[in-house]
Write a new protein. Sequence first.
Length: 287
Amino acid sequence: MTKIDIETSYHYGVIKRAIEAVDAAGGTPLALDDLAREVGMSPAHLQRVFSAWVGVSPKRYQQYLTLGHAKALLQERFTTLDVVNEVGLSGSGRLHDLFIKWEAMSPGEFARKGDGLTVYWGWFESPFGDCLAMGTDKGLCGLGFADEIPRDETFADLASRWPNAVLREAPERIAAWVEAAFQQNGTANLHLLGAPFQIKVWEALLNIPSGHVTTYSEIATRVGSPKAVRAVGTAVGRNPVSWIIPCHRALRKSGGLGGYHWGLPVKRAMLAYETALNEEQSSKVTR
């Protein structure tokens, strides 16, 4: 496994246990000592892990892990995609300085389902557990997470999207793009295989600013099919490059999380991570 950060997967394991502890508390905030006991760590160690992962205290972070956090995001950070400042494929609104370049495979390539393509793959550590990345010579074409789903199922899922491609284990061929994506610095090239409607949905997702959310119905309106909410949900679920194309920022109108292809705890952790990081950055600006 290639390492993005030597401690990132360990930190996510702690976050996962924290999510379970916060849920088990039934909405009652846990004191630092109690939360530390639940995740099997000393209070001082837990404080260090949270600070290293995203820069906020465990007390503050608990607020982002609660099941009501999604509703709060809809109220406070809802994005209407019609008024998003679109600047092409610059990755506007994403964390730090990540620049996204992407292209869709041609209709012929789509019809051939990867025939004639070599897809390189490798396992990486990420801020959200073990990550499987796949890519062609042009860019990443798959990014999935294996914390809630077994590794073999994660691999089978991504590989099935290019049934006629040649798969080759070569993490070094795609490592720079993966590193850019998770460190949010540099250029992440994407090479996407999808039907035209799916591509339109994924493009809409790219226009949701970091730390903000939108709804499936808003995306449907944005792509010109306001009644196709269910189809939009399917297209969001088929997003091949999770995290970079931020399908975790799509919520139900009710404030419910909806589904997430790689497990709802991962989606919650991603939303909490972005909220905490954005607030931490904002506090630095105002100091």
